[in-house]
Design a protein around this ligand. Structure first.
Ligand code: HEM
Length: 427
C-alpha cells in the first residue's frame, strides 16, 4: 500500500482502479468489489469512491474541493492555466455561470447542431464521391469548424481546420509520455496565444464578436474582483469550449463501431432521420448517444480533495486526502445498471436515466451548482446527429482494420479511427 503506484497508473490507464479494487477485495466480493480502496499516487494516498453514493460524496462541496486535486502536469496542458475546472466557491460560481449561459441554452445549442449537421452532410457527400472515409478525422474537422464559427470566431477555413487539429492533439497527448505529451504542450502554447489574441482583438474593437457568442462572453467575463479576466485566462476558457467539442469526435468513432455491431439500431436510426426529416435531436439517436457515452471509455476518473474528515464504505477519509471518483466503474456498476456490459440504448429511452446519479460520463451532480460538465447538450447532440447520419449513409467497416484500443492509453480511441467504405454514387 505504501509503494507509490503512479507508474502502475501510467501503465494500466483505465484498468488501474479496477485492478486495485480487485486485488484488495475478498473472493466473495469479486463480482462487485467495494469502491473504497486507498492507492498511493504522486507520493500521496488517494481514496477511490464510486457508485451513486460515491457520486453524492464527490459532488458535496461542503466536503470536497478541487483546488490542488488534479496534478498540474495533467491539468495545465489539458485545461490551461487558471481554468474553471480547478476553481472553488464564489470564484467557481462566477466563472461557471458564463459556461452555463453559453452552453445550456437549448436554442443556441440547436444552432450549433444544425451548423454541424450541414457540415457533416457535406463531408459524407464527399465520402460518397470517394467511396468512403475515416470517422475520427472527419468528425474532428466538422466539429472544429462548426464550434469555431458558432463561437463567433471568424477566421479563414484553413485556420479552422488547423485549430481543430491542434485541439485534437492536446486531447490525444496530455496523459501519454513522451512524444504525445510534448506535442500536446506545443499545441497548447500555440492555441493559448491564438485565443488570447482573439480576446485582445475583441476587447479593442478590432474584431467583431456577435452578441451572446462565446467569444463575446469570454471577452467580457469578469472575476469576483469585478475586473475583466486577464487575456490569457479568458483565452483558456474560450478553448475550454472549443477543445472538448472537438473531442466529441472520439465518441463519434466509438459510435460508428457500436452502429456496425448493432444493425437493428442502424435501421432504427436511419428510419428516424427519414421520418423526422432531420438528424438533429432524434430521441432514438439521443438514447444511442447516451449508451455510447456509458459503455465506451473516455474519462477514467475525476479528482477532488477532502476538506474535512469523512468516510466512504466505512473507510475513513481524512481532511486533505485526494479522492478519486471512478467514472468508468460507476457507469458499469452492476448494482445500478442491469447487464452493464450489454450495449442497450433502450435503457435511456424515456427513462430519465441520463440524469441519474450513477451516470457520470461527463461528471455528476448539477452543472449549474457544481463541476458537472456544462457541455452535455453539445456533446450528446453532436454524437447523436453523427450516429444518425452514419446510419443513414449505409456504409460498411473496411475489413482488416484495427478497431481495438489500448486500455492503457488515456483517452482511448479505436486505432484505425474507424474506416468506412461506401458504394460510390455518381455525382
Ligand atoms: C467539465 C467530460 C464535452 C465543457 C467536464 C468534466 C468531465 C467532462 C468529466 C468534469 C466534471 C467534474 O470535474 O466534476 C466531457 C466529455 C465530453 C465533454 C467526456 C465529450 C467529449 C464538453 C463540451 C464542452 C465541455 C462539448 C463545451 C462545449 C466543459 C467545461 C467543464 C467541463 C467548461 C468545466 C466545468 C467545471 O469545472 O465546472 N467535462 N466533457 N465539455 N466540460 Fe466537459
Amino acid at each position: 500500500m505504501w509503494l507509490d503506484q503512479t507508474v502502475d497508473l501510467l501503465r494500466d490507464g483505465y484498468v488501474f482502479t479496477a485492478r486495485a479494487r480487485r486485488e484488495r477485495s475478498s473472493a466473495a466480493a469479486a463480482q462487485r468489489p467495494r469502491y473504497a480502496v486507498t492507492v498511493r499516487l504522486l507520493g500521496r494516498p488517494a481514496t477511490v469512491v464510486g457508485g451513486a453514493d460515491g457520486v453524492r460524496l464527490f459532488y458535496d462541496s461542503t466536503r470536497m474541493r478541487r483546488e490542488g486535486a488534479m496534478p498540474q502536469a495533467i491539468a495545465r496542458p489539458l485545461f490551461g492555466r487558471g481554468a474553471v475546472h480547478g476553481l472553488d466557491g464564489e470564484e467557481h460560481r462566477t466563472r461557471k455561470r458564463m459556461f452555463v449561459d453559453a452552453l445550456m441554452d437549448r436554442e443556441r445549442v440547436d444552432e450549433l447542431l444544425e451548423l454541424a449537421d450541414g457540415l457533416m452532410v457535406e463531408a459524407l457527400q464527399e465520402w460518397r464521391r470517394r467511396g468512403g472515409g475515416v470517422v475520427y478525422p472527419t468528425a474532428t474537422e466538422v466539429y472544429g469548424r462548426a464550434v469555431i464559427r458558432w463561437a463567433g470566431i471568424e477566421v479563414p477555413p484553413e485556420v479552422e481546420a488547423r485549430r481543430a487539429d491542434d485541439l485534437a492533439v492536446i486531447v490525444d497527448g496530455f496523459a501519454t509520455p513522451v512524444m504525445p505529451y510534448v506535442a500536446a504542450w506545443r499545441r497548447r502554447v500555440v492555441c493559448d496565444r491564438w485565443a488570447a489574441a482573439l480576446v485582445r482583438e475583441t476587447r479593442s474593437g478590432r474584431r467583431a464578436a456577435p452578441e451572446g457568442s462565446v467569444l463575446a462572453r469570454v471577452a467580457a467575463q469578469r472575476g469576483t474582483d469585478g475586473e475583466l479576466l486577464d487575456v490569457h485566462t479568458a483565452g483558456v476558457e474560450l478553448l475550454n469550449v472549443l477543445r472538448p467539442t472537438v473531442a466529441v469526435a472520439r465518441f463519434a468513432a466509438f459510435g460508428a463501431v457500436a452502429l456496425a455491431e448493432a444493425p437493428e439500431w442502424r435501421r432504427r436510426l436511419a428510419d428516424e432521420v427519414a421520418e423526422r426529416g432531420s438528424a438533429v435531436g432524434g430521441p432514438l439517436a439521443t438514447a444511442f448517444a447516451h449508451e455510447v457515452r456509458r459503455v465506451y471509455p473516455f474519462v477514467p476518473a475525476l479528482a477532488a480533495v477532502a476538506t474535512r474528515d469523512t468516510e466512504f464504505e466505512r473507510c475513513p477519509i481524512p481532511a486533505g486526502r485526494r479522492v478519486l471518483l471512478d467514472v468508468m466503474a460507476t457507469n458499469h456498476d452492476p448494482q445500478e445498471w442491469p447487464e452493464p456490459s450489454t450495449f442497450e440504448p433502450e435503457r435511456f429511452l424515456g427513462t430519465g436515466a441520463e440524469w441519474s446519479a450513477p451516470f457520470v460520463p461527463q461528471g455528476g451532480g448539477r452543472p449549474e451548482s457544481g463541476h458537472r460538465c456544462p457541455g452535455e447538450l453539445v456533446a450528446v447532440g453532436l454524437l447523436a446527429l453523427t450516429c444518425a447520419r452514419l446510419a443513414e449513409l449505409d456504409g460498411r467497416l473496411v475489413r482488416g482494420q484495427d478497431l481495438g484500443w489500448s486500455w492503457g492509453r488515456i483517452p482511448a480511441l479505436p486505432r484505425s479511427g474507424v474506416v468506412i467504405a461506401v458504394d460510390a454514387q455518381p455525382s
